[in-house]
Write a protein that binds this ligand. Structure first.
Ligand code: UD1
Ligand code: CA
Length: 472
């Protein structure tokens, strides 16, 4: 018989405000490792099950938290009053209790938790006859955490919260990480037995351990070696720590996969970034968003690459900013270039220092090597754009396009007033102001003809040096 996987439902608790963040934004909307905390939780859930079985419990700034979750199909449960972790489940009873299989619960504020760890927790339940399992860790200082009280066997009898624990229980170092997998049917059958009979008058999800024990079931604890994986973020110091750890994890992954990263402690690479082997990333580079970089590329020091696609062998010089652009094989940009959104730089094209591109296509082998602004432009193969070339693409109201043909030569300091078309192989004289179409293979000169007045300067000097004429 084919082995049937137990279906998994994931509930993410994200209703809290996170007072200690001291923010106008709900805690889960803060970012670490390039993503909001709630996105981390949702992405992890999606690694474990399908969107239709992922639910986020929202409360504070519910609308904004919903908006931060872009994957379609994910369910939301409104918890308007936050009466505790158990209450967060109880308000979702109608939406959740008919879903069979395993019920996985974790928080929206723990971005370091790996899907693989949760998967092991699920397997622990599947491989046993336990009603559920939770993640625990031995902590040198477990202050603030629920303590895991074990019975004579390895099973957990109770979780006691800090504020309800006896001195003896407070001495336990095994802490509850707040990550659970329960058999859904058993969980929902007994969930109504949770009561707010504790000093905080909250419904404690942790009470489910004792409740299930009382009903003759047992719950396991799966110890993890590194409690940092379960770090929940409460303030901005922890946010920075999580960000650092996520980035270290990403850099390590990339290095082990064949990417050279110089001075990695200075480099920032978002989780969604892909980089091919033998690419070198220089110090202080920031590679962000959904960027994909090919093999054998070089990303120069202090460059910022965001939401862009770089094919193989692309060289980005130092201090270059590339946003939402695509560079093909062997293309080069920088040092000191700025590619604003929407550019396409074809194979072997070069963008040099102090060149700004916006919504511009550079054909194969085209070069704009120094000091230019090219906006809404289409530049042909092997065209050469001289230093100081400016496309005047904006008339104060509308943007206009500029087309420059294959092999065209744009002389230095040309001003191209769009809309404009420069034919293939045309040649623009340096310093021209071009306002009209230039036919292919012609020369356009758009400036006043030079006049030389011989001896003028010398005469002037003499005139100014002569003593003033004798007065009256
Ligand atoms: C909880 C556990 C504790 C464990 C710790 C691990 C309980 C009673 N205690 O304590 O044993 O050691 O986590 O971090 O569960 N939330 C809601 N709605 C609510 C209450 C909380 O969505 O009504 C969310 C919060 O936004 C937060 C998470 O659940 O992200 C945890 O809640 P919190 O109150 O911080 O629980 P702890 O006191 O940390
Ligand atoms: Ca907490």
């Amino acid at each position: 018989m084919e082995r049937m996987e137990t279906p998994v439902t994931v509930v993410i608790l994200a209703a809290g405000l996170g007072t200690r963040m001291k923010s106008h934004k709900a805690k889960v909307l803060h970012r670490a490792g390039g993503k909001t905390l709630v996105e981390h939780a949702v992405d992890r859930a999606l690694a474990l099950t399908s969107a239709e079985r992922v639910f986020v419990v929202v409360g504070h700034q519910a609308e904004r938290v919903r908006a931060a979750v872009t994957t379609p199909g994910i369910g939301f449960i409104e918890q308007t009053e936050q009466l505790g972790t158990g209450h967060a489940l109880l308000v979702g009873r109608d939406a959740l209790s008919h879903l069979d299989g395993n019920l996985v619960i974790f928080y929206g504020d723990g971005p370091l938790l790996r899907a693989a760890t949760v998967r092991r927790l699920i397997e622990t339940v599947d491989a046993s006859d336990a009603a559920g399992a939770l993640l625990s860790a031995d902590m040198p200082d477990p202050t603030g955490y629920g303590r895991v009280v074990r019975g004579t066997s390895d099973e957990v009898t109770t979780i006691v919260e800090q504020n309800a624990a006896t001195a003896e229980q407070l001495a336990i170092h095994e802490a509850n990480m707040g990550i659970y997998c329960y058999r859904a049917e058993l969980f929902w059958r007994h969930a109504v037995e949770m009561r707010p009979d504790n000093p905080a008058h909250e419904y404690y999800l942790t009470d489910m351990v004792q409740i299930l024990n009382r009903a003759g079931h047992h719950v396991r604890a799966m110890k993890i070696d590194d409690p940092r994986e379960c770090l929940g973020i409460n303030d901005r110091v922890e946010l920075a720590e999580a960000d650092r750890l996520l980035r270290e994890r990403k850099l390590r992954e990339l290095m082990l996969a064949g990417v050279t990263i110089e001075k990695p402690e200075t480099v920032t690479i978002d989780g969604g970034v892909e980089i091919g082997i033998d690419t070198v990333v220089e110090p202080f580079a920031r590679i962000l968003g959904n960027t994909s970089i090919g093999e054998n590329c070089r990303i120069g020091a202090s460059s910022i690459i965001e939401n862009s696609i770089l094919a193989d062998e692309v060289v980005i010089g130092p201090l270059t900013v590339v946003t939402a652009s695509r560079l093909e094989r062997g293309a080069q940009a920088g040092p000191f270039s700025r590619l604003r959104p929407g550019n396409y730089v074809a194979e072997g094209a070069h963008v040099g220092n102090f060149v700004e591109l916006k919504k511009t296509r550079l054909g194969p082998g085209a070069k704009a090597n120094h000091l230019a602004y090219l906006g809404d432009a289409e530049i042909g193969a092997k065209a050469n754009i001289g230093a100081g070339t400016i496309t005047c693409n904006y008339d104060g109201v509308h943007k206009h396009p500029t087309r420059i043909g294959d092999g065209a030569f744009v002389g230095s300091n040309s001003t191209l007033v769009a809309p404009l078309e420069i034919g293939d192989g045309a040649y623009l004289a340096a310093g021209s102001v071009i306002t009209e179409q230039v036919p292919a293979d012609s020369l356009a000169v758009g400036r006043a003809r030079q006049v030389n007045k011989e001896g003028w300067a010398k005469k002037r000097r003499a005139r100014l040096a002569a003593p003033p004429a004798a007065g009256k």
